[in-house]
Design a protein around this ligand. Structure first.
Ligand SMILES: Nc1ncnc2c1ncn2[C@@H]1O[C@H](COP(=O)(O)OP(=O)(O)OP(=O)(O)O)[C@@H](O)[C@H]1O
Length: 838
């Protein structure tokens, strides 16, 4: 039976006749025989097919242009990486499509079945391996829009301002860090094979990413591979060399992966917007135009389903989004001009930005959110308002909701950004919540325990907690720190019950081990907080902290805060945190860990000159900054004492804090320094972490800090709350290696200043007046400190030689002797120059 009669039977009677006529006439080659222009049906059809192909080719060209424009914006981003406004790892970002993604998406489109026909001379021939090209053809191709063979990296690094770009590592890490999602999805997408590709792109930096020729080559080769794969074993033979060729760009990935990737990006990931601010120029119209277009394109481009290769589907008219031809780009062969423009634009933007920053010093640490919007007790808000806290800082904004939910968290935020309030507020809420749940116990439990490394910090936190509890009657906070009488602590705990304890680990452990009743009270604990968590989990404190944690209930919330969280600390933090804790990093992976507005520099000079250089730097600073307030860090308590006495002899307005001083004295000096201006604090590392002395104008670090983290915390005593500050690191020549640990920080290096010989004489005189015992103690401390630093401690002979020079510079005729036991412990007993006490 014919199809026509079959249809007639199945169709409803009303439409039968019309359908029959249509089908019949089609089967008989019916329909109009002539078309406009006198074309017959087949000519008409061919003409439309040709038009479709041309249209498709135009689309492909535009894709390539887009790709190049995308690269330009990437260069711009690399030259001038835009700081993430709130790079909190727990939140998702809407970033522009990364070059890797774009390349993959392009490759996918180009590789779709049926797209072969779209390839032409400009794109690279299908048989490029077999057919040698004339140089003319090559030149022509180079001139073509799609593949300018320009290595942009070399262009950029050829000229000045190479900072960010020339350093591949920095670039790639910046690149990856600002686009976390791309690494993430890259993993999903690439599985085993193409992860190499994405890693390669990231790792090799600009070169691979920038050269669009690579993409063409890559796609050509990939196309060959796909073809070969779909063929027989012969195809398999061909695919191997092609795969090897691909080695430059990484490994091969197949189209299924590409589709997975697109699914991830389009269906799962949603639309990604191109952030115009990231790379746009405010006053360069041409560039702005380009990038605006790119922005639109990239945004449209994410909608791959709509704009997907119509050639492959034969549905070119399905496309709904219009593309604006990028004519201007077609005329561009040379990227160098653009790179130059971008550079100019960046310096202009920097100037504008700096001017803006100067106008509003606090802007950078504060967020848009207010405390009264975050669901904390109205009485606390009242206290916050009284203290002048209206808006949250970024770290408070990022952590408060997580902490209030009761989750464990490890939080990293720069120094002076308000971490204390970020954990004190949830602490107060935890107490309020527990009190309101009405557990009436005979012994009032401690609900919140805050541990911190130093006594001064504990007092400071207590003061801040008291301020926040101003309107909460019946909630008490107490401090347990060393240097006070144990019995006094006990009496205070009994007479003045509290729900919050702020303690240093040593003293708290004393209480726990003495079974002072505190252990029982701690059984009701709801929240444990470790301020300066990395330090508390460091070797010096870890054992004590472990013992304390063992005495606490397991059912509790734990919060760990610090400005530095080294990798090993993240691992160790599991000692305290639940497995499923939140890690909130408001600094951002790979971002500069020090506050932006601190001017950091380094001076290198022999140890013997350090004291005179410190004096010189202080004099200079005092004469430049009328309201100066300086902190000078020394490596040990006894060296601190020596420098303090020396500068006091030189009539400078100095104070000292270190562990050798009685606690009362320390507290007094700390309070005085907090309130004062025009004062210099000479201190050991007891003041390095957490201390909030407002408006410190300069921090000087004399000698190598114990580690990178200590450098960051010491430096962080200035430039707090987003204000400006200055930090100078003074190193001896052999200590220079330490700068390697700080290479990602913006440190300028300056030559040692010219020193006044008259001042040298004055300082020698002053040094003579200082008691010999102080100098001897300083020598011992100096030796002990540097012996503990791995890099010099291993080379005992050199260490002793250096110590000898230090000894002479502080006016000691010969090095003081060591106890045999001490010398043995330090591994110095048989080292020439070491004198053993009889
Ligand atoms: N929301 C806020 N609004 C205004 N100022 C604030 C706010 N939160 C904190 N501050 C102020 O910011 C300063 C620094 O706060 P804090 O001492 O808590 O910093 P930190 O991040 O703990 O620093 P460090 O890493 O050195 O311990 C303090 O003077 C504090 O009063």
């Amino acid at each position: 039976m014919s199809s026509a009669s079959l249809l007639l039977r199945r169709s409803k009677p009303a439409t039968n006749i019309i359908s029959f006529i249509r089908i019949f006439s089609r089967q008989m080659g019916g329909g109009p025989r002539t078309f406009p222009g006198g074309l017959n049906k087949w000519q008409w059809k061919r003409m439309h097919e040709k038009k479709a192909k041309e249209k498709e080719k135009r689309l492909l060209d535009q894709e390539k242009q887009l790709y190049e424009a995308r690269i330009r914006s990437q260069i711009r981003a690399k030259l001038y990486p835009k700081p993430d406004p709130a790079p909190v790892t727990t939140t998702s970002h809407h970033n522009p499509m990364s070059p890797q993604e774009h390349i993959k998406a392009l490759a996918d489109r180009f590789m779709k079945e049926g797209a072969e026909d779209l390839w032409n001379e400009d794109d690279g021939p299908l048989e490029s391996e077999q057919r040698p090209r004339s140089s003319g053809a090559t030149n022509e191709r180079q001139r073509s829009v799609g593949s300018p063979p320009v290595d942009l990296r070399s262009l950029i690094s050829d000229k000045g301002n190479r900072g960010n770009v020339s350093s591949n590592n920095v670039n790639s890490s910046n690149f990856m860090k600002t686009r976390n999602y791309s690494v993430h999805s890259g993993e999903k997408f690439c599985r085993n094979e193409s992860s190499g590709f994405s890693r390669n792109l990231a790792g090799k930096g600009v070169k691979n990413v920038n050269n669009s020729r690579n993409v063409n080559d890559y796609m050509n080769k990939k196309r060959n591979i796909n073809r070969n794969e779909s063929c027989s074993s012969e195809g398999a033979k061909h695919s191997r060399p092609a795969a090897q060729n691909l080695g430059n760009n990484g490994k091969i990935y197949n189209s299924r992966n590409v589709s997975d990737f697109i699914k991830n990006k389009v269906v799962g990931g949603g639309r990604r917007r191109f952030n115009r601010n990231e790379s746009s120029s405010s006053d360069d119209d041409d560039l702005e135009f380009e990038l605006e277009n790119v922005g639109d394109k990239v945004e449209g481009w994410t909608d791959v389903k709509k704009l997907g290769s119509s050639a492959s589907l034969g549905k070119y008219d399905m496309k709904t989004t219009k593309r604006v031809p990028l004519n201007r780009l077609e005329e561009e062969n040379d990227f160098s001009e653009q790179v130059e423009l971008i550079r100019k634009e960046i310096s202009r933007n920097k100037l504008v930005e700096n001017a803006g920053e100067k106008n509003d010093v606090k802007e950078s640490i504060l967020s848009q959110n207010r405390f009264d919007e975050c669901g904390i007790s109205p009485l606390t808000i009242k206290a916050l308002t009284a203290a002048g806290y209206i808006q949250m800082t970024r770290v408070q904004e990022a952590t408060l909701s997580v902490c209030l939910e009761g989750k464990d968290a490890l939080v990293k935020a720069k120094t002076g950004t308000g971490k204390s309030a970020a954990f004190l507020l949830p602490a107060i809420e935890a107490v309020l919540k527990t009190i309101s749940s009405g557990t009436n116990q005979r012994v009032p439990p401690i609900f919140v325990l805050i541990l911190c490394p130093t006594r001064e910090l504990a007092s400071q936190l207590t003061a801040e907690a008291i301020a926040l509890l101003k309107y909460h009657d019946g909630i008490g906070v107490q401090t347990l720190v060393g240097g006070t009488r144990f019995k006094v602590d006990q009496k205070r705990l009994e007479s003045d019950p509290c729900q919050i304890i702020i303690a240093t680990p040593g003293r708290l452990l004393d209480h726990i081990e003495n079974k002072s009743g505190l252990t029982v009270r701690l059984m009701g604990l709801k929240m444990l907080i470790l301020d300066e968590a990395d330090h508390l989990l460091d070797l010096g404190f870890r054992k004590d902290v472990e013992k304390i944690v063992d005495c606490l209930p397991r059912q509790r919330q734990s919060l760990l805060f610090s400005a530095t969280v080294p990798k090993e600390v993240r691992r160790i933090s599991q000692l305290v945190l639940k497995r499923e804790h939140a890690y909130i990093d408001t600094v951002g992976l790979g971002c500069v860990e020090t506050p932006d507005k601190i001017k950091q520099s380094c001076l290198v000079a022999p140890h013997e000159k350090h004291f005179q250089i410190v004096h010189h730097l202080l004099q200079e600073h005092i004469s430049n900054v009328p309201d100066y307030k300086v902190v000078v860090f020394c490596s040990t308590g006894m060296v601190t004492s020596l420098l303090y006495l020396l500068l006091r002899e030189m009539n400078m307005n100095v104070r000292e804090i270190h562990s050798r001083k009685p606690q009362l004295y320390r507290t007094h000096v700390s309070d005085e320094f907090r309130e004062s201006k025009r004062l210099i604090l000479i201190t050991s590392d007891v003041s390095a972490r957490g201390m909030n002395y407002p408006d410190v104008t300069l921090v000087v670090q004399v000698g190598i800090p114990f580690d990178r983290e200590q450098y960051i915390h010491r430096l962080g005593r200035t430039g707090r709350e987003g204000k400006e500050g200055e930090g100078i690191l003074l190193l001896a020549p052999w200590e220079e290696y330490f700068l390697g640990d700080l290479k990602d920080l913006p440190l300028d290096r300056f030559p040692s200043p010219l020193l006044d010989p008259n001042i040298k004489l004055q300082m020698d005189d002053a040094m003579e007046k200082i008691d010999g015992s102080v100098k001897e103690a300083a020598y011992h401390a100096w030796l002990g400190y540097y012996n503990s630093i791995r890099e010099i401690g291993r080379d005992k002979t050199t260490l002793v030689e250096l110590a000898h020079k230090f000894c002479q510079s502080i006016g000691l005729q010969k090095p003081p002797s060591l106890f045999r036991k001490t010398a043995l412990k330090m591994g110095l007993r048989d080292i020439p120059g070491i004198r053993i006490r009889k």
